[in-house]
Ligand binder design. Structure first.
Ligand code: AMP
Ligand code: ZN
Length: 464
């Protein structure tokens, strides 16, 4: 499997640190608002990377943080007259809801910055001890020049960078390129006790600390949007490698930006859509499919036209899956002699799909392979096909779609009605002491992944 490593600027063969395992850290959002569809791009793209590793049999430990202390969160809390933690908690929940609607698998761990302050203090103390950091009046700075390989990820040269930088009068740093690890509290801001007085961490330190705590000193993959290469990821490398004396991450993956009208989409420019807004107009599966229609390192322009064509593309796959489902219900028997070559034939599409994904996760080509497979299915799966053949097509189509996180079943809304109906029927059966039927309904629901709980308030259900 080849992936493009920002560090070497080349596609490299993926070799895991530990056989069969992937340790992966993806920088998550700052939670002060609903996430916008630009934020959704890394979430979708790296969830797909994770899914492909899992498809190949790897066990993936996937960590993605929530930055829940930040100037923007504090400003929002002042605007709304609520605490910063109320702001961040609210938007973490909203973000998780959007992620579920985008069929993004829950991370192994979603650490929050505010819950990891102790670890940050330990790492900062370690950096001071080693001479990589220094404290001045309650602020701690990283001594950038002391870290020899500073700039290795972004290919920036310290002297060139320095030429464009001036030290602001209120700053007491030794060098213009030094960056903040800890800052003193300001009135009305959240703060924590530290050896340097009351204050809060700078932004970069959280990822160094959480990555180490949950994944170890050296990890396989560190990922995020391309705007994070400098300074965020460059500073993370400096902090982690200076503190641990070890390589921080082996592969650095960065997605290109999602644009609107060919302009960078960002909150500060005001030209953005939230995932929630798009969800009001489209099924969010379409947004997911759209995001994967381009290679993750290519800029992608959001437009109604492209969403429309993604909608049609997705429909083609879903319709084919539905047809297979209907055929499978009626079909019978094992593979016929003349079907053997068809079973063999489908391997070509799987091979194409995998070749695309192994080439630095080229989801655009992987989708083309699925379209070709769908065309093949639509011709070769017939009313008189054997059950074995139809089910084999079904299984493959589901497996490939699952890598992209595309759900082929009917939407859940319909299912919910069905659930409520079955629960009502079960209640009736129990009233009539028809316990056999009541149990049967419980089992039918269980098969669909619905767990029932009888409570004093009535029957409650949840998805397994
Ligand atoms: P932020 O909340 O700004 O820290 O962003 C969270 C993640 O979204 C980071 O990985 C960013 O690089 C990424 N991101 C932000 N805007 C965009 C965009 N327009 N296109 C793609 N990725 C983005
Ligand atoms: Zn980060």
């Amino acid at each position: 499997m080849k992936l493009y490593n920002t560090l070497s600027k080349k596609k490299e063969e993926f070799v895991p640190i530990e056989e069969g395992k992937v340790r992966m850290y993806v920088c998550g959002p700052t939670v002060y608002n609903y996430i916008h569809i630009g934020n959704a791009r890394p979430m979708i793209v790296f969830d797909t990377v994770r899914r492909y590793f899992e498809y190949k049999g790897y066990e993936v430990n996937y960590v993605s943080n929530f930055t829940d202390v930040d100037d923007k969160i504090i400003n929002k809390s002042i605007e709304e007259g609520i605490s910063a933690s109320e702001v961040s908690e609210r938007y973490i929940q909203e973000c998780k809801k959007d992620m579920a609607d985008l069929n993004i698998k829950p991370a192994t761990k979603n650490p929050k910055a505010t819950e990891e302050i102790d670890g940050m203090i330990v790492m900062i103390e370690n950096l001071i001890e080693k001479g990589y950091a220094y404290a001045v009046d309650g602020t701690v700075y990283f001594r950038t020049r002391k870290f020899d390989s500073y700039g290795k990820l972004s290919k920036k040269n310290l002297d060139e960078l320095e030429a464009g930088k001036r030290i602001a009068i209120e700053e007491q740093k030794e060098d213009a390129m030094d960056f903040v690890l800890w800052k003193p509290k300001k009135d009305g801001e959240p703060y924590w006790e530290s050896p340097w007085g009351q204050g809060r961490p700078g932004w970069h330190i959280e990822c160094s600390v959480m990555s180490k705590k949950y994944l170890g000193e050296t990890i396989d993959i560190h990922a995020g949007g391309e705007d994070l290469v400098f300074p965020h990821h460059e500073n993370e490398i400096a902090q982690s490698e200076a503190a641990n004396g070890k390589e921080f991450a082996k592969y650095w993956l960065h997605n290109a930006f999602l644009n609107i009208n060919n302009k960078k989409m960002s909150k500060s420019l005001g030209n953005f859509f939230t995932v929630r807004e798009i969800g009001e107009k489209y099924d969010l599966q379409i947004l997911r499919f759209f995001m994967l229609s381009a290679h993750y390192r290519s800029p992608l322009n959001f437009s109604a036209d492209l969403m429309e064509s993604s909608k049609n593309g997705l429909e083609r796959i879903v319709t084919s899956a539905e047809r297979l489902k209907n055929l499978a219900e009626k079909a019978e028997g094992t593979l016929k002699e003349e079907e053997k070559k068809l079973l063999e034939g489908q391997k070509e599409f799987v091979a194409k799909f995998e070749a695309a994904m192994e080439d630095d996760f080229n989801t655009a080509d992987a989708i083309s392979a699925i379209f070709e497979f769908v065309k093949f299915i639509n011709i070769e799966a017939k009313e008189d096909s054997s059950k074995e053949l139809v089910e084999a097509f079904q299984k493959t189509l589901h497996e490939l779609s699952n890598v992209l996180g595309i759900i082929l079943e009917q939407k859940e809304e319909i299912l919910e009605e069905e659930i409520e109906q079955l629960i009502a029927e079960r209640q009736e059966a129990r009233k009539e002491k028809n316990f056999a039927r009541a149990d049967e309904i419980r089992d039918i629901l269980l098969e669909k992944g619905i767990i029932l709980k009888d409570t004093r308030e009535g029957v409650q259900w949840k998805r397994a």
